[in-house]
Design a protein around this ligand. Structure first.
Ligand code: FAD
Length: 405
């Protein structure tokens, strides 16, 4: 049975579509939409009922995300990160206190930020330099994170850092839950948002550079991976298996929305004395678009469902990688083809496809590039060690490289 929030998402979508050009043009965060999502119970809908959420499955979330992404990809990304991003790692590995702390904020409308990438550590995430050094009952965080989605608007941050003991000896990579509320100036000393990228698409979302200078975090805010710190990076990166299903679904929604627009337009627009829908060249384009959208949806739903069969915490890694890879590349092509069918009108910012074309381009980059996902899928197929990837897999693979080893 379809989750009731899917119908709610459909009801909210027209308002999101109307407001989407505003967030895009003003590069502002869609607080009004976040309020709607919070009121509807979509923020944190995947959080278990025991923590105040709806206990929705990732398949339910994916169906909601697709409906919203058809209208506004920016808003759909927020739904992903409030259900399938860093919060999924907290719900899987966190202490009761960490879960209670994070769920309270997400259910009140916060979209947690996940902070891994650094200026010199992109695909090679394990080359991160940010450190967290133990000092009594705290850790002291130093380093710079870049391209952090929601930097400056998110209150919760899951910051990945090299954990050092009191003597400075590396213990592995851990995730730290850091709270900062910029609106009320409740920000830990030494934590600064030092810049924001001017992105090509998804312009309402800050992609920020964050700096940590001797930021003190209580030791209770270390999210301990089940394999321990030394081999814990792969555990923490499991959050990306969730996030990839979500990101792929935003791309799917953009493609499905573009296809709907194109299908309507070709029936209305006339050239050579008839609707352009009568030209077989366009009919076959539409048929290919529809087939690709459908295939991506099946792959993403399959990956979302795999969360229920691998211990219930995260989608299976290779299924998530495959689905995101296919959906992101498919969506770029489908949105581009839809824009083509609009002719010059598609090239104008009076037509949402112009924005959708810019928005969709990100999905083969953020959250693991198409190249890294291919490398990971191939590694899983071959069962060999692929030291050039950021993710661990399989029983024989060294799951991360350590400076200490
Ligand atoms: C809009 C957006 C939002 C983002 N949000 C976040 C966020 O919230 N948190 C966060 O931590 N990060 C975030 N990122 C960063 C994102 O995860 C990185 O951009 C991504 O991992 C790639 O790193 P890079 O950009 O440094 O590219 P690089 O790693 O420098 O790669 C450059 C090119 O080389 C290719 N390449 C690299 N290594 C290999 C290899 N082994 N084999 C084949 N090809 C390779 C890549 O595929 C790419 O084409 C975001 C990025 C974007 C664009």
């Amino acid at each position: 049975m379809t989750h009731p929030l899917v119908a709610v998402a459909r009801e909210l979508a027209p308002g999101f579509a109307t407001r989407a050009p505003h967030w895009d043009k003003t590069r502002s965060y869609c607080w009004q939409n976040v309020q709607d999502l919070t009121d509807a119970g979509i923020m944190g809908m995947s959080i278990p009922k025991a923590y105040g959420g709806q206990g929705a499955s990732f398949l339910d979330v994916a169906m909601v995300v697709e409906e919203i992404a058809k209208a506004c990809a920016l808003t759909a990304r927020i739904v992903v990160e409030a259900n399938m991003g860093g919060i999924s790692a907290v719900m899987a590995y966190g202490t009761d206190a960490q879960k209670a702390f994070c769920t309270e904020h997400v259910l009140a409308g916060d979209k947690p930020a996940i902070c891994i990438t650094e200026p010199d550590a992109g695909s090679a995430a394990t080359e991160m330099r940010t450190t967290a050094r133990k000092q009594g009952n705290s850790y002291v965080l130093n380093g710079t994170k870049h391209w952090i989605t929601g930097g400056g608007v998110s209150k919760l941050h899951l910051v990945f850092a090299r954990v050092l003991d009191e003597h400075g000896t590396e213990q592995g990579i851990g995730g730290f839950i850091l709270f900062a509320d910029h609106a009320s100036r409740n920000v830990p000393d030494g934590f600064k948002v030092v810049g924001r990228e001017r992105t090509m698409g998804l312009c309402g979302m800050p992609e920020a550079e964050l700096r940590f200078e001797d930021v003190e975090i209580d030791a209770s805010m270390l999210l301990m991976p089940p394999s321990g710190l030394k081999r814990g990076f792969a555990d923490l990166m499991n959050a990306y298996n969730s996030q990839r299903v979500g990101a792929g679904t935003v791309a799917l929604g953009l493609a499905a929305g573009a296809l709907e627009r194109a299908t309507r337009y070709v029936l209305e627009r006339e050239q050579f004395g008839r609707p352009i829908a009568e030209f077989q060249g366009l009919q076959w384009m539409l048929a290919d678009m529809d087939t690709q959208v459908h295939a991506a949806r099946l792959m993403l739903h399959d990956a979302a469902r795999s969360r229920g069969t691998n211990g219930g915490q995260f989608p299976e890694m290779t299924q998530a990688a495959r689905a995101k890879l296919f959906a992101s590349e498919m969506a770029i092509k489908v949105v581009s083809d839809a824009l083509q069918m609009f002719g010059a009108r598609g090239y104008s910012d009076g037509e949402p496809l112009e924005r959708m074309y810019r928005d969709v381009r990100m999905f083969t980059i953020g959250g693991g590039t198409a190249q890294i996902l291919r490398t990971q899928i191939a590694g899983s197929l071959l069962g060999i060690k692929t030291p050039q990837t950021r993710d661990g897999y399989g029983p024989n693979a060294d799951r991360m490289r350590f400076a200490a080893e």
